[in-house]
Design a protein around this ligand. Structure first.
Ligand code: MN3
Length: 235
């Protein structure tokens, strides 16, 4: 069957109506958020973080946050039109399911990018090193303070290094899937990097030995990416 350009089906009026009623954004607004691919193979971070943990953590845990976040768009149409960062900044507009699953999506999306295989991490840039020395005296002291905070974060949560509005760096813990972008965070700032201290992040490999996992984190922290985030946060 062929259509003539002049058939009513293709009339200019029908075409204009079709264009006017087309969704402005994604074809399927209920799937506005998507699981990002890992920027490396699931075994690339071993032995610091093993393959099985990465597969479960990314493919099951993070995917569940994305799926459950997308389910909330039915009740919050605005949710499907905002970036995940904007959702965090306006978290008071949403319910606890958006808080937990949206936080989970933001936190894990960031986490994958600030990890890199051993040997491909780089080093803190001159600018970042200078800032670390100013705020923590030395990188070693920053690492110590971060490790102490991560070990002490009771239950499930995250430990962060953030850039505050005044340019200073700070270490802060958040509970559950909260993060320092949330409008009601006790220490607000732009995350440079964060460490997932939920048991699902380390229990398969380290069991109850969270401090060993925290130490291993520094062997796969992607300073090249952290440097970029620091430069972007300063602007
Ligand atoms: Mn996790």
């Amino acid at each position: 069957m062929t259509y003539s350009f002049r058939t009513p089906f293709f009339s200019a009026a029908a075409l204009a109506m079709a264009v006017a009623s087309a969704p402005a954004l994604a074809a399927d607004p209920k799937a506005a958020f998507t699981l990002p691919d890992l920027p490396y193979a699931t075994d690339a971070l071993a032995p610091a973080i093993d393959k099985e943990t990465m597969e479960l953590h990314h493919g099951k845990h993070h995917k569940a946050y994305v799926d459950n976040l997308n389910k909330r768009i039915a009740d919050y149409p605005k949710l499907g039109e905002q970036s995940i960062e904007a959702v965090m900044a306006n978290i008071g507009d949403y319910d606890v399911a958006v808080r937990n699953n949206g936080g989970g999506h933001y936190n894990h999306s960031l986490f994958w990018t600030i990890l890199a295989p051993e040997g491909k991490q780089g080093e803190p840039s001159q600018a970042l090193s200078a800032r670390i020395s100013k705020d923590f005296e030395s990188k070693d002291k920053m690492v110590k303070a971060f490790n102490d905070a991560a070990a002490a974060n009771f239950g499930s949560g995250w430990t962060w290094v953030v850039v505050k509005d005044n340019g200073e760096l700070a270490i802060t813990n958040t509970p559950n899937q909260d993060n320092p972008l949330m409008s009601d965070a006790k220490e607000k700032g732009t995350p440079l990097f964060g460490l997932d201290t939920w048991e699902h992040a380390y229990y398969l490999q380290y069991q109850n030995r969270r401090p060993e996992y925290i130490n291993a984190f520094w062997k796969v922290l992607n300073w090249n990416e952290v440097n970029k985030r620091y430069d972007a946060a300063k602007k």
